[in-house]
Design a binder for this molecule. Structure first.
Ligand code: NAD
Length: 357
C-alpha cells in the first residue's frame, strides 16, 4: 500500500526547493506539502504560485532557526518527512559575509534536527519518518584533473565558508542518526541548473547578461571543471531517496556531465545566438571577459554516482546539451520572472564581486 506523506519542505521558495515542490505535488497529489521559507533575497514565493490555494499545499514564511515555530509546525501538521533545502547557497556571498551561512546552514539545521528528534520520539519513533538533508559535493574539497570522482567515502575537506558550513551541517545530521537513530539521510549533489535559479548563479547570469548586452565574467583561466545536474533529474533522485533510501546513508547525486567553465559559457553563447532574437551583441561570445579568480576557487568537482545507481536504480536522464537548451528557453520565456530580481541590492552585490577587481 502507498503511504501518504506529510512533508515539510524547508527553502521551498528557492531554486531546487521550488522544483522539488513542483515534482512532489504533481507526482503525489495526495500527499501534503508544507513549505517553510524565510524569503531571503533568494526566496521567491511566486515560484510556488501553481500550488498556492490548493488543498494539500501550505506556505509558511519563517526562519528554520526559530525553534518554537518549527516545533509548532511539526506538531500541528503532523509532519513525517522533512526535505531540508533551506540554506545560504552562494559561494561568492559566503566569501563576502560568512556569518549568515553559519547561522542558517549550521544553526538552522541543528534547530530542525532537535525539533524533529523531539517530535519523532513523542510520536513513538515511527519507522516511516525521514529527515532528508540536501547537501553539496563541495564538502569534499577540490580535485585535480587526474583524481577519481568523489564517492560517499571521500574524506571531507571543505574550502569555502559555504562548503564549511554545509559540511558542519552534514556532520550534525550524521551524528543524529548514529547517536539517536533519528532516520536521517544525506545527499551530496553537484551543480544544479534549470528553471527558477536565481540570477547570481553561473548559467542564469550568463543568459541574462547576454540579453542585456553585459560582459560575461569568467573567473581566472576558465578551466575550472564542474559537474552539471539538471534540477529535474535531481528531484527524481531525491524522490527515490525519500521512498527507498536507507536511514543513516549518504547518496552522491551527479549528472555525469563534467564541463570546463569556459566551455559551458561558449555552449550558452551558441544557444543564445540561436534562440534569442533580440541580442544587443552578436555573437554573444564577444562579451566573454576573464576576471580575477574567486578567492580559494576549487579547481574541479566530480561525482561518482554509482551507489545511487546500483542501490536505488537512479541515473540522470537529461544530457547537458538538452538541459542547457531547456534552461535557456525557460529564461527567454520568463523575463518577467527574473527582471524584478535585478534589484539595486543585487546590483550592489554584483559590483562587489565582479567590478572591484
Ligand atoms: P537557493 O539559494 O536558491 O534557495 C534557498 C532557499 O532557502 C531560499 O528560498 C531562501 O529564502 C531559503 N532560506 C534561506 N535561509 C533560510 C532560513 N534561515 N530559514 C528558512 N528559509 C531560508 O538555494 P538552492 O540552489 O535551491 O539550494 C537548495 C539546497 O541545495 C541548499 O541546501 C544548497 O546548499 C543545496 N545545493 C545546491 C546546489 C546548487 O547547485 N544550487 C548544489 C548542491 C547543493
Amino acid at each position: 500500500p502507498v503511504t501518504r506523506r506529510t512533508l515539510l519542505v524547508t527553502g521551498g521558495a528557492g531554486f531546487i526547493g521550488a522544483n522539488f515542490v513542483h515534482h512532489w505535488c504533481t507526482v503525489y497529489p495526495e500527499d501534503r506539502v508544507i513549505v517553510l521559507d524565510a524569503l531571503t533575497y533568494a526566496g521567491n514565493r511566486s515560484n510556488l504560485a501553481d500550488w498556492e490555494g490548493k488543498e494539500n499545499f501550505q506556505f509558511i514564511q519563517g526562519d528554520i532557526c526559530d525553534r518554537s515555530l518549527v516545533d509548532q509546525i511539526l506538531q500541528t501538521e503532523a509532519i513525517d518527512t522533512i526535505a531540508h533545502f533551506a540554506a545560504e547557497s552562494h559561494v561568492d556571498r559566503s566569501i563576502l559575509g560568512p556569518a549568515a551561512f553559519v547561522q542558517t546552514n549550521v544553526i538552522g539545521t541543528f534547530t530542525l534536527l532537535e525539533a524533529f528528534l523531539q517530535h519523532w520520539r513523542a510520536r513513538g519513533q515511527p519507522d516511516n519518518y525521514r529527515f532528508l538533508h540536501v547537501s553539496t559535493d563541495e564538502v569534499y574539497g577540490s580535485l585535480t584533473t587526474d583524481d577519481p570522482p568523489f564517492t560517499e567515502k571521500t574524506p571531507y575537506a571543505p574550502n569555502s565558508p559555504y562548503s564549511a558550513s554545509k559540511a558542519g551541517s552534514d556532520h550534525l545530521v550524521r551524528a543524529y542518526y548514529h547517536t539517536y537513530k533519528l532516520p536521517t539521510i544525506i545527499t551530496n549533489c553537484s551543480n544544479n541548473y534549470g528553471p527558477y535559479q536565481f540570477p547570481e548563479k553561473l548559467i542564469p547570469l550568463m543568459c541574462i547578461n547576454c540579453l542585456l548586452g553585459k560582459q560575461l565574467p569568467v573567473y581566472g583561466d576558465g578551466q575550472n571543471i564542474r559537474d552539471w545536474l539538471y534540477v529535474g533529474d535531481h528531484c527524481t533522485a531525491l524522490d527515490l531517496v525519500i521512498h527507498q533510501g536507507l536511514p543513516g546513508e549518504t547518496y552522491n547525486i551527479g549528472g555525469n556531465n563534467e564541463v570546463k567553465n569556459i566551455d559551458l559559457v561558449q555552449m550558452l553563447c551558441q544557444l543564445m545566438d540561436e534562440l534569442a532574437v533580440d541580442l544587443p551583441v552578436r555573437p554573444s561570445q564577444e562579451l566573454i571577459t576573464f576576471v580575477q579568480d574567486r578567492l580559494g576557487h576549487d579547481r574541479r568537482y566530480a561525482i561518482d554516482a554509482s551507489k545511487i545507481a546500483t542501490q536505488l536504480g537512479w541515473t540522470p536522464a537529461v544530457t547537458v546539451t538538452e538541459g542547457l537548451r531547456r534552461t535557456v528557453e525557460w529564461y527567454l520565456m520568463h523575463r518577467s520572472w527574473w527582471k524584478p530580481l535585478l534589484s539595486k541590492q543585487y546590483q550592489e552585490y554584483y559590483d562587489k564581486v565582479y567590478l572591484t577587481q
